[in-house]
Design a protein around this ligand. Structure first.
Ligand SMILES: Nc1ncnc2c1ncn2[C@@H]1O[C@H](COP(=O)(O)OP(=O)(O)OP(=O)(O)O)[C@@H](O)[C@H]1O
Length: 226
């Protein structure tokens, strides 16, 4: 039996604050099927980033579990979570977070090198993915020499570099003007669908959300249909 690429079961996450514990996730359940693209649309401060960070194995849940392709992953130790994250999860942030001293090509090579891919293969794959985003002529440019849309395309290419099964994104086009955001989002959806990736994409933009397969929101720390 094949497993869902991503499943959250009864995930809890709380933060200590001066006013006491802040219960952000209170039993969040969510299952993404292969190729399913889900919009996470919820008011500011309700826990979208927290949910993405726990789902992306960046933070450990305080209760419940995150399963990646059927295997319990969220509550493993830091090194094990890092290894799973590197090989199975791609993450795109609102701001590109590219390394400024490296070229576009090198930025897409880096996660592959970290995962043990030989340099020549990593370079070839970086060029291939960047080409899919129309950046074949920009491989040797540093981020500072790229437009905002190009920077974000490189960031998406980097997220796809290790052929993840799950793509997580936090307002991936939120820093772009409307026209550029639409173009970049089209390419993101096209590449995600082409690869059959399960995606969870947080956005405040209802038009972008409407183009995904379904919408969820957060209510009192739980994931509910949006
Ligand atoms: N490390 C932390 N320590 C303490 N509180 C935190 C921490 N991270 C987040 N919070 C709090 O948890 C709540 C949820 O934050 P989170 O960033 O997940 O919300 P969000 O829905 O992503 O918001 P936004 O849309 O504004 O980015 C907020 O009240 C926030 O202040």
């Amino acid at each position: 039996m094949s497993h869902a690429p991503l499943e959250l079961r009864a995930v809890e996450r709380r933060y200590k604050t001066e006013a006491g514990a802040l219960e952000v996730l209170r039993g969040a359940d969510l299952t993404l099927q292969p190729g399913e693209i889900v919009a996470l649309v919820a008011p500011s401060g309700t826990g979208k980033s927290t949910l993405l960070h726990v789902t992306g194995l960046l933070e450990r849940p305080d209760g419940g579990e995150v399963f990646i392709e059927g295997a319990a992953a969220g509550t493993l130790g830091d090194d094990a979570r890092t290894a799973i994250r590197r090989n199975t999860i791609g993450f795109v942030y609102q701001f590109h977070h590219l390394l400024p001293e490296f070229t576009a090509e090198e930025n897409v090579m880096l996660p592959q090198l970290a995962a043990g891919t030989p340099r020549a293969a990593a370079r070839a794959r970086a060029a291939e993915i960047l080409g899919q985003f129309g950046l074949a002529a920009r491989l040797q440019h540093r981020p500072g020499k790229l437009s905002g849309g190009e920077q974000q395309r490189v960031a998406i290419a980097r997220a796809l570099a290790n052929a993840p099964r799950v793509l997580l994104a936090d307002e991936p086009t939120g820093n772009l003007d409307t026209a550029t955001a639409n173009l970049v989002f089209d390419e993101l959806l096209r590449e995600a669908r082409g690869r059959g990736l399960a995606c969870l994409i947080a956005t405040h933009n209802p038009e972008l959300a409407a183009r995904m397969d379904r919408k969820v929101t957060l209510r009192e720390g739980r994931v509910v249909p949006g």
